[in-house]
Write a protein that binds this ligand. Structure first.
Ligand SMILES: [Zn+2]
Length: 355
């Protein structure tokens, strides 16, 4: 039996529990028994400790047409921390069994110009966990050893699982947004990526404020934001902001950002827009805004993310809600709604596939 992984090899097949797309329709996900292929010579098998649920998983859960091409049977999950439990014959001394690692979500062929310049997102043969190949929301997974990064001992699993969203936040706030001292930065977000981007901008010396909607969730968000040493507001004066990091994907929030940015300011989009707001797009040229888009992240962003997280090793305690595999579908529903049981705001739902 073949595992179904593109390029997969024949081998003895074991079944592992996994959260997978079962059909291309809203709510078409479930915990299934997934056939795990044997590691090839350059592969390792990871036992997944924790796997965060992200925007792509939510798009699949909602069956947004953007990811209609993701085949039923595909295991979800891009954000994992795990332990090497088996290694192929050609895997070097590192990573040996027992090593705690984070896998890159996006990998390329490793040979083309895009890959050689560390831009696998431009590789024609790129593949992404949980979309074009099986993801990490499973008891075990098989990946190339070259896609792994070591996790510092000082980082608990609940914070290490934030490496992927932190790498996205790092690229948005640092590489693309270039935030720094003297910048007034606003961040709109409902999820961990935006919150971490705010922390990164602040650590780079920017004056940062989190912008949220009025409402019952604003209070619980405000308390969390303040515990993390950030400020929160529900409104900003027009033309008062230098850099806006927009991480909600809401057309309304985009319009607010365009209004609050000063002429010549920088708008960093780190979300996908299902619904556009034509009015805000019309205003962009008049205000001479620099519109920057930030998409995906590479190994350098992951390394920066792990370094940043090492400065806040308890961050996971604030942002992460852990669900056992038996509640995986509920975790995905909560993540889609941004609300945990009891109505509390949910920044990052995380699965414990072996829990
Ligand atoms: Zn390539």
């Amino acid at each position: 039996m073949v595992s179904g992984v593109p390029g997969g090899r024949l081998g003895p097949v074991r079944q592992v529990p996994a959260l997978a797309r079962t059909e291309v329709s809203a709510g078409g996900v479930d915990v299934v028994e997934h056939p795990l292929r044997a590691p090839g010579p350059e592969d390792v098998e990871l036992t997944i400790t924790l796997c965060g649920l992200c925007g792509a998983d939510i798009v699949i859960y909602r069956a947004d047409p953007a990811f209609d091409w993701v085949r039923p049977g595909t295991v979800l999950g891009q954000e994992a921390v795990g332990v090497v439990s088996a290694a192929g014959l050609l895997v070097p001394d590192w990573p040996s069994p027992g090593t705690r690692v984070v896998p890159l979500a996006m990998t390329g062929c490793g040979h083309c110009q895009a890959c050689l310049t560390e831009h696998p997102e431009n590789c024609p043969q790129r593949s992404v966990l949980g979309l074009s190949r099986h993801g990490a929301a499973a008891g075990r997974m098989v990946v190339s050893w070259q896609s792994l990064l070591p996790v510092p001992d000082s980082l608990p699993d609940t914070t290490a699982v934030l490496t992927e969203p932190t790498s996205i936040a790092w690229r948005a706030a640092s590489v693309v947004g270039n935030t720094g001292p003297g910048d007034k930065v606003a961040v709109s977000t409902t999820r961990a990526v935006g919150l971490i981007a705010a922390l990164i901008a602040q650590s780079r010396g920017a004056d940062v404020v989190m912008v949220g909607r009025e409402g019952p969730q604003h209070e619980s968000r405000r308390r969390l934001v303040e515990r993390l040493g950030l400020r929160a507001t529900t409104s900003l004066a027009p033309d008062s902001i230098d850099v806006w990091i927009e991480a909600t994907g809401s057309g309304k929030r985009l319009a607010t950002a365009v209004d609050a940015l000063r002429p010549g300011g920088r708008l960093v989009l780190v979300a996908l827009y299902a619904t556009g707001e034509q009015e805000s797009v019309r205003m962009l040229p008049g205000k001479k805004l620099t519109v920057l888009t930030s998409y995906s992240s590479n190994r350098a962003d992951y390394e920066a993310a792990l370094e940043f997280l090492a400065t806040m090793p308890r961050l996971g305690d604030e942002l992460v809600s852990v669900y056992p595999m038996s509640r995986a579908v509920e975790a995905l529903r909560d993540a889609a709604e941004g609300t945990a049981a009891g109505g509390d705001i949910l920044f990052k739902a995380v699965l414990q596939p072996n829990g």
